[in-house]
Write a protein that binds this ligand. Structure first.
Ligand code: TYC
Length: 135
């Protein structure tokens, strides 16, 4: 009996029971199978591939003593599409607590946003740092 490994999220596949196909007018009950009398009866198999949910990553903004508050708010608006109200709230949270979540994304999106923030800050000579961690 074939065993199907369902635990690997990359290759997760669910076997679906073979569905016998009969030609129109064929009333026979399988019986002979492949080795039988050459009935022309076929067996169709279907495999449904399930797409695993991607791993998610939090993008974190870190506090420092030098980056202007307005610049952090601008980053949150520009790269995380926050309203000025949400951006101000997150910036103040980071200012007071040391770290805060900007958003949760797939790996490549999170990595891109981290790099955008760091590059933009460096262009403006601010030490603002951003990082990511698995959710
Ligand atoms: N602590 C900074 C200041 O007082 C403001 C700041 C907030 C900096 C959030 C970074 O991620 C940050 N100017």
């Amino acid at each position: 009996m074939m065993q199907f490994e369902l635990s690997d999220p990359e290759t997760m596949q669910e076997p679906i029971l073979p569905t016998p196909i009969r030609a129109a007018g064929d009333e026979r009950e399988g019986g002979g199978g492949q080795g039988g009398g050459g009935t022309g009866v076929g067996v169709a198999t279907k495999t449904r591939t399930r797409t695993a949910k991607p791993a998610l990553y939090k993008v974190l903004m870190l506090n420092d003593d030098y980056t202007p508050m307005e610049f952090v708010v601008l980053c949150l608006q520009r790269f995380f599409k926050m309203t000025i109200e949400d951006a101000t709230r997150v910036m103040l949270h980071v200012h007071q607590r040391g770290v805060g979540v900007c958003g949760i994304f797939t790996y490549e999106v999170a990595e891109t946003k981290v790099n955008q923030v760091i590059d933009f800050a460096r262009e403006h000579q601010h030490p603002l740092q951003c990082t990511m961690e698995k959710d």
